[in-house]
Design a protein around this ligand. Sequence first.
Ligand SMILES: [Zn+2]
Length: 382
Amino acid sequence: MGNASSMRLKTLGSVFIRGVGGLCALLLVGMQPAIASKAEGYQDPFVAGMQNYAKESGMKSVATYADEVTQRVRAEGYIGPELPIPALKEVTDGVYTITGALMWATKENFGLNNNISFVVFKDGVMVYNAGPNPVVAYSAHKQIKRVTNKPVKWVVIENNQGHANLGASYWWDVGVRQIYSQQFATEDFNKAFDRGVERGVLRGDVALYAPARNMTAKYTTFKDKATIDVGGGETVELRYFGEAHTRGSTVAYVPSRKLLFTGDLGYADRMIAVFPYTNTHDWMGAFERMRAYAGEDALVIPGHGGPSSMQKVAEDTYDYLKYMRDESLKLIRAGKGVESAVEIDQSQFAWRPVYAQTHEGNARKIFNDVLKHLPKADDVKK
Ligand SMILES: [Zn+2]
């Protein structure tokens, strides 16, 4: 192994540890530029390595090269190969989506298991979801640039999950200053940032996740609603409809185009994933409010799955929850406990991707949520 590559590996290792444990001061000794630039720009490991080499060697030619690469990276946000993520599809005039893998995040799908979508407006481009890491964000941006030369001006983040947030530093680095997120989502992601990077690094590729920085201090955070003026007489309406798949979730709606981004309030074409923090009780009301707000004829881009209709997303999300809740209530009324939840017949959903990985956990959590919010008549059994 040559000098340059072993140096690069060492640098990557340091960045990896920084992401994992926040032990930056200790492990980045001799890498002062990385620390100094943390606040204002992306420190590519390659650039850090070159700067370090320039300093150690005192060679002017190396310093010049390092400066050039640094400037390029500052402007581009990331320099490296474009990832072969799925190609974007045009949903309707000026509306595009990249549909992520209908499964969990893996090394093979680069962590892209939700959707990155965008709309070209008069004054610029609005991107819905920052992407699971800066490299996927960069690769999505490359695709955006192939269909429009308008700048990305707004990024809207669907919730607190890593796959919605960890690409945010890329957008910041290429000049996006309006990154919107709901208050609870911002709080929850802020707390889980280190763990999110760690998980990404362990499962995927250190080069994808290590560059991610926590940008929550720069987010434009809202509680219930916000309006983005995107020019040409159009707006993007951001709404919070309550707890659901996560505590904080941002729904985006473009009234002039009857276009709805549900975030994880809505899934299509795959099983929903219910996590310990998911509130399947409030999800029902949040979905109903979203549905009433956007209407039956909205064009829907769900959190997971391809472009869809309100009826289809309701069928794959709301109707599934309703069925599971009704079945849970029957079991509760028959005096059965949570261990019986897995007996609920879910065979009609077995065709849905990630069925095997989710259906039993979903059943248990939904059962417990029903138990927690029993209808008045059943309250006595609690
Ligand atoms: Zn999600």
